[in-house]
Design a protein around this ligand. Sequence first.
Ligand SMILES: Cc1cc2nc3c(=O)[nH]c(=O)nc-3n(C[C@H](O)[C@H](O)[C@H](O)COP(=O)(O)O)c2cc1C
Ligand SMILES: [Mn+2]
Length: 462
Amino acid sequence: MDINGQDMRAALACLAEAGRVTRVEGSVDTEFELAAVLAQCPGRSAVLFEQVNGYAMPVVGNLVDRTNFALACGIPATLEASLRYITRGIEQPIAPVVIADAPCREVVITQEIDVAKTIPVTTFFEREAGAYISAGIIVAKDPETGKRNVSMNRLLVLGPDTLMIGMSPSHHLHRLKEKADKLGKPLEVSIALGNHPAVLVAANAYVDLGFDEFDIAGGMLGEPLQLSAGVSVDVEAPAGAEIVIEAEFIPGEMYEEGLVSEFHGMYVDYGKSPLLRVKAITHRVNPYYQVILPGRYHEHFIIGALAIETTALRHIRAAVPGAKEAFITEGGMGRCHLVVSLSHPRAGEGQKAAFAAFAHCNLIKQVTIVDDDIRIDDPVDVEWAVAARMRADRDIFVVPGVRADRAEPLVKDGTVAKIGIIALREASALPKAEIPQAIMRRVQNEWDRYQVKTGTSVESHR
Ligand SMILES: Cc1cc2nc3c(=O)[nH]c(=O)nc-3n(C[C@H](O)[C@H](O)[C@H](O)COP(=O)(O)O)c2cc1C
Ligand SMILES: [Mn+2]
């Protein structure tokens, strides 16, 4: 059934074992209702919709959060572990292999294609243009070098075989399309739906053009990602994907999208975007359709955050070797606010680390630098560092006019001010009041001996 644990079903099995799959048995409509249930499901379990009106296909949503990612990848649910795991993917990449008879090709549709009839595409936000495919990874090949690129892009379903694809001009896919346009060849893509969280995060890594994100997924998984050749395009897709849509760009055709939700929870208007013509749909027998609730919802930002904090840390380490961890905060829209810890920082290294972060990714506009005694994924601990160690007149700096991401909600001229907050301990800082470490550790090791009963009233012990 599963491809060596590399597919979404394997991830779901790990989550189910940990009690982190919520089943929705009642029927839901693809228009707004499924989104409303996903938005309000308590906890961070994956959600399995068993009955979607008008479709036989079950839908999976909310697959990835930090804990679910760790469970699916078989690593501890700590920031340190995810940083190490994703860093290994980038630093020790493993090339994928192409296999025959892949599960994603069990059913092949090349005639009478109708995306919205086959797949329960969902409408999320009231003022958007229609139903979007939101969890697709887009695989394409550089028409000049033949090197693969993998990214995540929203797809607006416009007709039976017509999709609009949203892509930022700063991303690689856009550059591949420009190259293809120049050569007068339509760029082909495979859109894979229903993927392992490692594949989703790899697709979001900020790496150089020419670095195949499937190599990163392999490095994370510790084995080659298994791919399947296309049936109507010369582009591979993960062999264990639930559904693959094969398509090519329609040269010269653009569509005025109107308003679309962004990670910051507001609508933006990006103007015109290119169109794709679908050539084939293939899927597994009894496939699941994966949905990522976009906008300001947890899964949308956590997939990007996991990737961006790791690539940012690598970039910062090149400038400041003592950089220990990096963390993208939830309140900072999962994109814009980064916290970085430094071990034994030398004078000025906090500023240097912040500049490296700004240079790495246009999205990052606030960087807080702390010492390595701070748990940077704990907002209270980080605020403590700011309260205890940051002098506002000396340790805050603002850099105006820096290149902004196109989703930036504050400005329209393409630039934004960036802020650095240096909350590093001075040599003269008051010493921290601490319980002796040896006793803390001993108590932790012997915890059972204390028979700690949480929530017991004092009365019952009288
Ligand atoms: C759920 C989700 C949806 C995304 N949608 C888009 C999108 O519609 N357009 C876009 O340009 N980037 C989108 N992204 C971000 C890109 O996938 C990401 O920046 C990626 O690294 C770009 O890769 P590339 O430079 O190799 O093309 C999305 C990310 C996530 C997590
Ligand atoms: Mn890329």
